[in-house]
Design a protein around this ligand. Structure first.
Ligand SMILES: [Zn+2]
Length: 383
C-alpha cells in the first residue's frame, strides 16, 4: 500500500528564499518545456527530453531536477489528455475543452516539484532534511510532523517527495510504501454512523463530535459573506487561505477520529462497518444553518482515513447500504419514521427500545456489516 505523508518544513528566512527561488526556476523551466511540447507536438517524456534537456539543465538545474521537470511536463499533458477523454473538460468541440487544448499547459511559480533521493536526504533523528536548491545544497532544514507521521517516514519512506509551498508555509509530501498486512478474521463489527453534530458515532456509543470543526466552519462562513461582498483581490486571497486552513483542520480532526475508531476495533478483534457513501448529499436533509457544515468530501475523507488505517493494521472493513439505518430499530428491526421523534433521540414505537439516534444507527450499520461479511465469506468458502 502506498500512502503520502506530509511534513512541514521550518526553513530559516534565508533557506526559505533559496527554496522559493528553486521552485520558481523549476517552474520557469517547466513552462519553457511545456511550450516546446505544445509547439512540437512531442509530449512524451523521452521525445520531450531530446528537445529540452540541454536548455532546462542550462537554466541552473542539475541533471536530476531537469529530468523531473521534463517528466512533470509530460505527465501534465498525459493528465490533460486523460481528462479530455474522460469528458471532464466538457464534450468534444465545446468552448472550455477547446480553450484547454489550444494553449500550452502552464505552471505557477510555486507549483509542486518532485525531489528524488539524490536531491533530498532525510535525517530522522535530527528531524532535518538536506535538499538541493539552485543556490547550492541546503543542509539542516528542520521539519515537523506528528509522532505517527515521523515514525512512518523513518520506517517506510521510499522514492520521491514533492516540495510544496502553501500560504507561505513549506511542506514535503513523501511517499511511503507499506507492505500489506493480512486481514484478521473479525469477531463482530464496530458500526460507524457519520453525521453533522457528531462527525462519527460508533455502535459502542462513542460519539466523536465535531464541535471545534463546526465552529471553525461557521466562523469562516460569516467571514466569507463579508469578504465576498468586497470581491477585491486581497479579499479573495484571504478567502482562499481560510478555506485551506479549514480543510487542514478538518483533515486533522478526521485523522484523529479514524485513529480512535481503528484502535478500538483492533483492540477488540472486530472489523469496521461503514456506510456506503454514494449519494450522501441526497440522503442527509438538514435545517438551513446546518447545511453549510455538510461537506460530502469530508465524509469521504474520514471513510478513506479509516479504510487505510484499518488496512495497515489488518482490520477488516466492510461498506453497507445505509438505507433506513436512522429509522430502523436496532433491537427489533421495526422501521418507522415515528421512531425518530427528534434529531437526537430514537424511540421504537413497537418494542419501546430507546437510544441516542446516532448510536442506534451505528448499531444497525454494525449488524449489516456482520451479515454482509458472512454472506461474502460464504461465497469465498463455496469458491
Ligand atoms: Zn424496536
Amino acid at each position: 500500500m502506498k500512502l503520502v505523508v506530509q511534513v512541514r518544513l521550518l526553513p530559516t528566512a534565508e533557506q526559505a528564499a533559496a527554496l522559493e527561488a528553486t521552485l520558481r526556476a523549476c517552474n520557469d523551466a517547466a513552462n519553457f518545456a511545456s511550450v516546446t511540447a505544445f509547439t512540437t507536438g512531442d509530449r512524451r517524456e523521452y521525445a520531450l527530453r531530446k528537445h529540452t534537456y540541454r536548455e532546462v539543465k542550462a537554466r541552473g538545474l542539475g541533471a536530476q531536477p531537469a529530468q523531473h521537470v521534463i517528466k512533470k511536463v509530460a505527465d501534465a499533458y498525459t493528465t490533460l489528455k486523460a481528462n479530455a477523454r474522460a469528458g471532464n473538460l466538457g464534450p468534444q468541440g465545446c468552448a472550455r475543452r477547446a480553450r484547454a487544448e489550444s494553449k500550452p499547459v502552464t505552471f505557477r511559480a510555486d507549483a509542486a516539484q518532485p525531489f528524488d533521493d539524490r536531491c533530498l536526504s532525510w535525517d530522522h533523528t535530527g528531524h532535518t532534511v538536506s535538499i538541493w536548491t539552485t543556490t547550492g545544497r541546503l543542509k539542516n532544514v528542520a521539519f515537523v510532523g506528528s509522532l505517527d507521521q515521523l515514525k512512518m517516514l523513518a520506517l517506510y519512506r521510499k522514492g520521491e517527495s514533492d516540495l510544496v509551498c502553501r500560504d507561505g508555509m513549506w511542506f514535503l509530501y513523501a511517499t511511503c510504501e507499506i507492505s500489506d498486512v493480512p486481514v484478521t478474521e473479525p469477531d463482530g463489527f464496530v458500526g460507524v454512523d457519520l453525521g453533522i453534530a457528531n462527525i462519527a458515532t460508533t455502535s459502542d456509543g462513542a460519539r466523536h463530535c465535531g464541535k471545534g470543526l463546526n465552529a471553525v466552519r461557521h466562523r469562516n462562513r460569516e467571514l466569507r459573506r463579508r469578504l465576498q461582498a468586497k470581491a477585491t483581490k486581497s479579499a479573495k486571497r484571504l478567502l482562499k487561505k481560510r478555506r485551506r486552513r479549514e480543510a487542514r483542520f478538518a483533515a486533522d480532526t478526521n485523522h484523529r477520529i479514524a485513529k480512535r475508531i481503528v484502535t478500538e476495533a483492533e483492540r477488540t478483534g472486530r472489523g469496521i462497518a461503514l456506510e456506503d457513501l454514494g449519494g450522501i448529499r441526497d440522503r442527509v436533509r438538514l435545517r438551513k444553518p446546518q447545511r453549510v457544515t455538510l461537506h460530502s468530501w469530508s465524509f469521504h475523507q474520514l471513510g478513506s482515513f479509516i479504510a487505510y488505517k484499518a488496512a495497515r493494521h489488518g482490520v477488516a472493513v466492510i461498506h453497507v447500504d445505509p438505507a433506513y439505518t436512522s429509522q430502523a430499530c436496532s433491537a427489533c428491526g421495526h422501521v418507522d419514521k415515528a421512531n425518530r421523534p427528534s434529531q437526537a433521540t430514537f424511540s421504537c414505537t413497537s418494542c419501546g427500545f430507546a437510544e441516542h439516534a446516532d448510536v442506534n444507527a451505528a448499531r444497525n450499520i454494525a449488524s449489516r456489516g456482520a451479515a454482509g461479511w458472512a454472506v461474502s465469506h460464504a461465497a469465498d468458502d463455496a469458491a
